[in-house]
Each structure stands twice: as C-alpha cells, then as structure tokens.
Design a protein around this ligand. Structure first.
Ligand SMILES: Cc1cc2nc3c(=O)[nH]c(=O)nc-3n(C[C@H](O)[C@H](O)[C@H](O)COP(=O)(O)O)c2cc1C
Length: 244
C-alpha cells in the first residue's frame, strides 16, 4: 500500500513540475512578445517625432521664405521709405540667398532681375559651345530681355547689384539691367558669387555702362555665407547705413 502511495505521489509531483515548466515558458513567450511590441512602439514614436520635426521644419521654412522674399509678395512696390535697393540676378539661387541676407539686414528693398525667357539647365551648360549662356557670353553686345522693372529707381541712393560669375564676367542680363536705369549720383555696390573665381573685371565692365555713379569695388561673397558674415561685410563698406 505504501508502495502504491509513493508511486502516486511521484506521479503527482512530476505532473505539477511539468505544469510549472510550461507556465514559465508561457511567461517567457509573453515577455518576449511584449519586448517586441515595445520595440515597435518606440520605433513608431521615433518615426512620429521625426515626422513632427520635419513638419515643424517645413513650417519654419515657409515663414522664412515669405519674410525673406518680398518679390514673392509683389516685388518692391509696397516697400517704401528705404533708400537702399538690392538688385540681383540668380540662375540657380546662390546669389539670391546672399542678396536676401543683405536686404534683410538693411531693411532694404529687394529686386530680382528676372529674365523674360528663363534659363533652362541646357541654357546654363558651360560645356556646350552652343548653349544660350555660352553664346551670350561670347557676345559682349548681347542684352537678354528682363521681365518687369524697378519701381521708381530715383528713390534709391545706394544700389547693391549681385550676380553669378559667368566666364569671368557678369551675365549679359546684368548689363541689360544696368543700362535700363539712370545711376547718376548713386552709390553702387557690386557683389557676386562664383565657383571660385573672383569678381575679375565684371564690376568695372558694368561701371562702364553707367555715368556719374560712385562704384565701390565690391566683393565675391560665398554662397553659403551666414547672415552674420554678410552683416559684417555690409558694415565694413563705409556706407551711411547700418546692417543689423
Ligand atoms: C554659364 C556659367 C558660367 C560660369 N562661369 C564661372 C566662372 O567663370 N568662374 C567661376 O568661378 N564660376 C563660374 N560659374 C559658376 C557660378 O558662378 C556659380 O555657381 C554661382 O554661384 C551661381 O550663382 P547663382 O546660383 O546665383 O546663379 C559659371 C556658371 C555658369 C552657369
């Protein structure tokens, strides 16, 4: 009888140990499933926060665009009371960024020299002898047409003129701009961006197209210049206006 009881006890203990073992396994399974779930959520959260960052970045960029590009809001027509104009031509937006820093820091009006016929990528191909830019730069008399004009150029005492260097010179459309207005008595500040070349004779060539203006020597500026760098540059020009 004792033997039978001992056998029954053994069977019972074995069964209960096996049950314990199973529940441990289940716990392990449940815990690894939870870990997986957490990983997924944290991945999702990090994706969400990335999306939020991107969204808020876009908002800031939009506001900045509106603030920094008065041309989008109807050119310099609405802006009055300033005697400084920042005029620029920019085929691929490098000079544009610099021009915006200058006008912003001075509270000056901004005017984009917009070609009547926009330059395509093919037009800008300097490896092609027959591209529009090459043909224009090979002809000092070329005067590509400009769309629109500066309202009341007379109100400005100081005119910044910015452009990219093309073949060591200012694009011919800048000559069109300079020849379209009377600069007598104005101070003109040329500036350019480039792939590395300096201003060369670009500014003196433009100066020859005007009469009675005081042309400062100007500078090549880095397309990636910060606003602070531009402020320092403007304030080093000796003008009677202060950039902030
Ligand atoms: C047709 C053409 C000619 C260029 N010639 C020169 C050059 O002679 N020297 C130079 O350093 N960069 C040259 N570049 C590069 C531009 O000056 C430079 O990328 C400039 O910052 C572009 O300004 P943007 O984006 O305002 O148009 C040339 C670019 C083009 C499209």
């Amino acid at each position: 009888m004792k033997k039978i009881a001992a056998i029954l006890l053994t069977i019972l203990m074995t069964a209960s140990l096996a049950a314990c073992g199973n529940s441990g396994q289940e716990k392990n399974d449940a815990s690894s499933a939870k870990t997986e779930e957490k990983t997924k959520i944290s991945e999702q959260e990090s994706e969400d926060s990335k999306t939020e960052e991107l969204a808020s970045g876009t908002e800031t960029a939009d506001v900045t665009d509106e603030t920094e590009n008065p041309n989008d809001a109807g050119g310099n027509e609405d802006a009055g009371g300033t005697n400084v104009l920042v005029a620029y031509f920019s085929a691929t937006n490098t000079t544009k960024g610099v021009a915006e820093h200058i006008s912003d820091s001075l509270g000056a009006d901004l005017y984009e020299i917009v070609p009547q016929e926009p330059y395509t990528d093919d037009d800008l191909d300097y490896n092609d002898d027959n591209s529009r830019s090459t043909v224009e730069m090979n002809d000092p008399a070329a005067r590509p047409a400009i769309s629109g004009s500066v309202d009341n150029m007379d109100q400005y005492d100081i005119v910044f003129i910015g452009y990219p260097i093309w073949w060591g010179d200012a694009p011919r459309i800048v000559s069109t701009f300079v020849e379209s207005y009377e600069f007598t008595g104005k101070t003109v500040v040329p500036f350019c961006t480039s792939g590395g070349s300096g201003m060369g004779s670009s500014a003196s060539n433009l100066e020859k197209l005007t009469d009675g203006a005081n042309w400062l020597s100007g500078d090549r500026l880095d397309g990636g210049s910060s606003r602070e760098e531009i402020v320092d540059w403007v304030n080093g020009l000796g003008l009677d206006v202060t950039a902030k």
